[in-house]
Design a protein around this ligand. Sequence first.
Ligand SMILES: [Zn+2]
Length: 118
Amino acid sequence: MSLYNQRCAFCGLRIISADGQDIVDGGHIKPFSEFRDDRLVNGLALCKNHHWAFDHVWFGVDDDYRILMPEERFIEDPAVQSREIKAFGGEKIRLPKDQKFMPSIDSLEWHRKKWRIA
Ligand SMILES: [Zn+2]
């Protein structure tokens, strides 16, 4: 998560407790249970909501690291959130400063293909 400065790659949420715990997870792009790929390039720093949503393919990320928002995956009520998830479609995710830790294009492509996101 430090590669992303403890910030969600999707929404930018960054919360760190007084004792140094942060709210983001290190989410696997290709599932660890299936691929045993624990390399940093097979990961994204994501807050709890967006980790869950990525694992359930509510969104994908294209080769230019832009958020892909497939149609008809979910409904949401904007009245109870500060920003709708769908409003992030087309925006670029936040990326590590160090190029060698950029999320793997292959892993992201696998994620899109598996779930048939454009
Ligand atoms: Zn988030």
